[in-house]
Write a protein that binds this ligand. Sequence first.
Ligand code: ACO
Length: 286
Amino acid sequence: MALVSCGRLLPHSFPSPSISSSSPPRYPTLPLFLPRVLIPHRGGGSSRSGTLSTATGVGTCRTSQAIDLFPSVWPEVTVRDARLEDCWEVADTHCRCFFPDYTFPIDLVLRIDRFVGLLSGFSVPPGCMRTCLVAVTGSSVNDNLYIGCEDLKIGGFEGKFSINRGSVAGILTVDTVADFLPRKGPLRQRRTGIAYISNVAVREADRRRGIAKMLIAKAEARARSWGCRSMALHCDINNLVATRLYKGQGFKCIKVPDFAKWPEPKTSPALRFNFMMKLLTPNATP
Ligand SMILES: CC(=O)SCCNC(=O)CCNC(=O)[C@H](O)C(C)(C)COP(=O)(O)OP(=O)(O)OC[C@H]1O[C@@H](n2cnc3c(N)ncnc32)[C@H](O)[C@@H]1OP(=O)(O)O
């Protein structure tokens, strides 16, 4: 089943490029008690990828101002690593955002495909890292209440379920696998030190609240903690909203040399991508 990233279809299954995983022994599983980043929420409204809002005022570009005025109206958003209990919602968010027009039964099959993939696809090449971040709304401040067993492992996730976990509003995958970065040297080795971002998606009802920015900020912090000096991504040239998001976060379009044949997400041949990069300053705090 095809995978969507950068807003479109990718060649293989969603599984591997999604949930937190790594090559043992560097880090074993998704941490369930990660320090949480509590981030102030931003404005409401929604948009479809590929179209830029042209209206002004609340509900469009600066809805964050409304949020600042009425903070209690909007639930708190937390960005953290995905856990086992988030898998279905991660798959659902992914499908809703990248395949909004699919209907039953294809949409269900797609979700099941993603869900199964998330549970099973954890392997990354030795020395590489990968994690799926989720933005969660409405979780309890203290979500350290779990049911399950400390030792149980399902697909690399710890088999414990938080009772008050909130709901997934957005997702982002970041890795150092470098599948979509040009290889280096005659031995065509994987690039190191560059974190690759994909599968960025925010549920329509939660858009324009700064959630994508929060996810990117967290991915940036994670990339730094992995020792990366830059981040990269591919973005559909026609996805103006996403392009604007990344440019706003300091990404720049990198011109790929003609005939360079750099790897790209494998989608429909008609799709063209901007390759975007951002340098990470070593000691900047996220
Ligand atoms: C590498 C990849 O994965 S590319 C794939 C990107 N994903 C998709 O296209 C899936 C469908 N789209 C979405 O899920 C969402 O629209 C996203 C992820 C693109 C943006 O998520 P949001 O949480 O709404 O973005 P957020 O609220 O953080 O906005 C960040 C910036 O993006 C830009 N932006 C977001 N939505 C819009 C919009 N409708 N019109 C204009 N600019 C927009 C703005 O610059 C905004 O900053 P500002 O509020 O200071 O003006």
